[in-house]
Design a protein around this ligand. Structure first.
Ligand code: AMP
Length: 277
């Protein structure tokens, strides 16, 4: 496995890479969720490229950026064991050199939910992913549907900018108690870690009500809030029942929909979602 840190070294390393190339963009602190994307790429592609870059432009709160967990040595070991061919682990200055002055801004699909809760977040995501797509020129790139809106935003961007990389969504990998794997879970206190599976229970409760015939968006949102309220450590940021394609809130669930939520435990912000049906 090769590790490169500059745009030039990345391009040189890719010149003789076997094709097709699969790209897995990450912010490091790798877990089984990331591994599932790498494994999928290994099945589909002849070369697997993983990027490890904690992207300052997608963090609103600087504390969230500085406290984001990092352990590159461990991440590189995980990548080597998983059969990754090439790791791109650039510095902030390498991704955003002096004079960098471009922002990729996706429209409507980036506005609700995470876009509303984290102003500028999706501009940061779209900008760095556009750079990665351009540098790597992969046939495919793999993203987790845990970040359901992110997948939609990147799809839109790739389509609109005619980037030739296919965006492949992959299922959410969970802990045994249902908590979606996330690098941020490492920052949960023991009490918050014990409480956090309430996120999954809230989504499953709303899903169950929907299966029993409940079609009121308000009722399904209320059911998620009621379940979340059973854990005093959980501070709800939003609960949503939205059109699966546009992510606009639904009064009546009369089409494919997405249940989603963002909850804080102490200063750790967690998100998850569940599709309907
Ligand atoms: P991150 O390092 O958190 O930016 O995540 C990098 C990629 O891994 C993104 O496409 C995420 O959606 C994906 N990912 C994160 N957590 C999971 C998970 N639990 N299951 C599947 N994919 C995930």
């Amino acid at each position: 496995m090769r590790v490169v840190r500059t745009r030039a070294a990345l391009r040189a390393a890719l010149a003789d890479a076997a094709r097709p190339i699969g790209l897995v963009p990450t912010m490091g602190w790798l877990h089984e969720g990331h591994l599932s994307l790498i494994e999928r790429a290994r099945l589909d592609d002849a070369s697997v490229v993983v990027s490890i870059f904690v992207n300052p432009r997608q963090f609103g709160e600087t504390t969230d950026f500085t406290r984001y967990p990092r352990n590159e040595a461990r991440d590189l070991e995980i990548c080597a064991t998983a059969g990754v061919d090439l790791v791109f682990a650039p510095s902030v200055e390498e991704v955003y050199p002096v004079g960098f002055d471009t922002t990729v801004s996706v429209g409507g699909i980036a506005r609700p939910l995470e876009g509303a809760a984290r102003p500028g977040h999706f501009e940061g995501v779209a900008t760095v992913v556009a750079i990665l797509f351009s540098l790597v020129g992969a046939e495919r790139a793999y993203f987790g549907t845990k970040d359901a809106q992110q997948v939609r935003v990147i799809r839109r961007m790739a389509l609109d900018l005619a980037l030739p990389t296919e965006v492949v969504p992959c299922p959410t990998i969970r802990e045994a108690d249902g908590l979606a794997m996330s690098s941020r879970n490492a920052r949960l206190s023991p009490a918050a870690r014990a409480a956090a599976p309430v996120i999954r229970r809230a989504l499953l409760e709303a899903h169950r009500l929907w299966e029993e015939g409940e079609r009121s968006g308000a009722q399904l949102r209320a059911a998620m809030r009621t379940t979340l309220a059973s854990e005093p450590l959980a501070r709800v940021e939003y609960v949503s029942v939205a059109d699966d394609a546009t992510l606009a809130e639904l009064e009546v669930v009369d089409r494919p929909a997405l249940l989603s939520l963002a909850v804080r435990f102490d200063e750790v912000r967690l998100i998850d979602n569940e599709p309907l049906p």
